[in-house]
Ligand binder design. Structure first.
Ligand SMILES: *[C@@H]1O[C@H](CO)[C@@H](O)[C@H](O)[C@H]1NC(C)=O
Ligand SMILES: *[C@@H]1O[C@H](CO)[C@@H](O)[C@H](O)[C@H]1NC(C)=O
Ligand SMILES: *[C@@H]1O[C@H](CO)[C@@H](O)[C@H](O)[C@H]1NC(C)=O
Length: 436
């Protein structure tokens, strides 16, 4: 028995060099200490996808400056912890674990991203560390995405991150930036289907006052991802392929890339992420379109990048379709604020369309739902009246209803609002029957 185990271990250690379990050398230095940032024990909901967040003050003296130089995931439930993000903020925040979405987090400076399959510790470049403490981050916030495939009830979790730190500050503060595409549409039955996202030239011009240097990166996709690439583009030309996981991306073991010779990025350069998807073969087969989604049955296409010197608030440099979302962008995508428009639909636009476009209440027996009226036949004199046309135009003319922004708006936001079905019938019928 023992002999067998030894043989297997030996085979594993000689044959499989790919799934490394890196231990950061720095963690062996005697002056390096660690602090564990973990969720207070919390229930994992018995649903497929859930996000839990919790911010907490860093339990160290905050009048001292520190550099975090390595991170180590502490995973309590290996089967359900799908990915984890650690954010920091300067204020002192103390929260209980609570349900959250991928984007709402009181702390927004992102320190480290871990996803299922990333092995071992995550190391900083020797000249850098992530600063916290004095005049810097005072709280850390964990965001954990659970993928409870078996819908197991009664699971509890207190996963988190071990942060290795020192007071011997490194030469540079490290920063992290997320790059990629928030609008994905992958048809069924395709192979090597590409989607692209840029950290655009406009964004780097706006955010970078000087060159930055990339020290580490990995691509993040979900189950139908099978290849990824990260390129440095200068004056429209690819000048360096930084990551080429074209044939080597494996969701269960996404390769992490360290650049001991850091990659220089100049203001005005762009970074291009390409993700390849397969919805045709084997376990990746899908019979319907796969969209961007926070859940693991949806897809993502990001590169998580560590760089120095840190540019405060330069945390996200992504796109939605062709529109840049480069940090503090004010929440607008092509002139659209998804959440804001969904609220104005609920509060104003739906009511306006329903009241201007459907039967007036002279008929005592007016049906309560417009869907029923459609069955009775919408009254075309009302439907095609100037006031109905104007109400519809107020909605359909809005930037949130155009092109791919519009299809995302309808699919993700409006589909969840009760009155949308009735309004949709009116809009579609008017488009068909009312002459321009
Ligand atoms: C990336 O990898 C693929 C597959 O191994 C290879 O064909 C291609 O030439 C590589 N591209 C670059 C720029 O290295
Ligand atoms: C599509 O796939 C789902 C999930 O695998 C399955 O339940 C469904 O029957 C399939 N539909 C068709 C039309 O093949
Ligand atoms: C109201 O409509 C229903 C169904 O169309 C019909 O059966 C009923 O007689 C109507 N009532 C009046 C008061 O018109």
């Amino acid at each position: 028995m023992f002999a067998l185990v030894t043989t297997i271990l030996m085979l594993t250690s000689t044959v499989s060099s790919a799934p490394k379990s890196p231990i950061c050398d720095v963690t062996k230095d005697p002056d390096i200490k660690f602090v564990d940032i973990r969720l207070t024990k919390t229930k994992v909901p018995p649903i497929l996808t859930s996000y839990v967040c919790q911010a907490q003050p860093i339990p160290l003296a905050m009048d001292v400056a520190y550099h975090a130089v390595a991170f180590e995931p502490i995973i309590e439930n290996k089967d359900v912890v799908h990915h984890m993000l650690l954010f920091g903020c300067e204020k002192s925040v103390s929260e209980d674990p609570h349900a959250c979405s991928g984007s709402d987090n009181v702390c927004r400076t992102f320190l480290v991203q871990w996803s299922m399959g990333i092995q071992g510790q995550i190391c900083s470049h020797p000249d850098t560390g992530v600063r916290f403490g004095q005049d810097s981050l005072h709280s850390l916030s964990l965001q954990i995405h659970y993928n409870n495939a078996k819908l197991a009830a009664g699971l509890a979790d207190s996963s988190g991150v071990r942060v290795y730190y020192t007071t011997r500050l490194r030469k540079y503060d490290a920063g992290n930036v997320q790059i990629g595409q928030n609008d994905l549409q992958i048809p069924p039955g395709v192979a090597a289907f590409p989607q692209y996202g840029f950290c655009s030239s406009d964004c780097t011009n706006k955010w970078l006052q000087q060159p930055i240097y990339l020290t580490r990166a990995h691509i993040h996709m979900h189950y139908v991802g099978d290849g990824g690439r990260l390129e440095l583009v200068r004056n429209g030309q690819t000048v360096e392929t930084i990551i080429n996981d074209t044939t080597t991306f494996d969701y269960n073991n996404p390769p992490a890339h360290y650049f001991s010779d850091p990659v220089q990025v100049l203001p005005g350069d762009s970074l291009k992420v390409t993700c390849y998807y397969n919805t045709r073969d084997g376990g990746k087969y899908r019979n319907s379109t796969v969209y961007w989604d926070e859940g693991s049955s949806g897809e993502m296409c990001y590169a998580f990048i560590t760089y120095f010197p840190r540019v405060p608030d330069f945390d996200q440099c992504i796109q939605f379709d062709v529109y840049d979302i480069c940090s503090s962008h004010g929440g607008l995508v092509g002139g659209c604020s998804f959440g804001g428009f969904a609220r104005s639909f609920k509060n104003i636009l739906a009511e306006s369309i329903l009241s201007h476009c459907s039967l007036p209440s002279t008929n005592q027996n007016v049906s309560t739902s417009v869907v029923q009226q459609k069955a009775d036949g919408l009254d075309l004199r009302i439907l095609c009246s100037p006031s109905c046309e104007e109400a519809i135009q107020q909605m359909t003319g809005h930037p949130c209803m155009q092109n791919r922004v519009g299809s995302h708006m309808r699919r993700v936001y409006l589909a969840a609002v009760d009155s949308w079905q009735a309004v949709k019938v009116i809009i579609d019928t008017a488009a068909k029957h009312c002459a321009d």
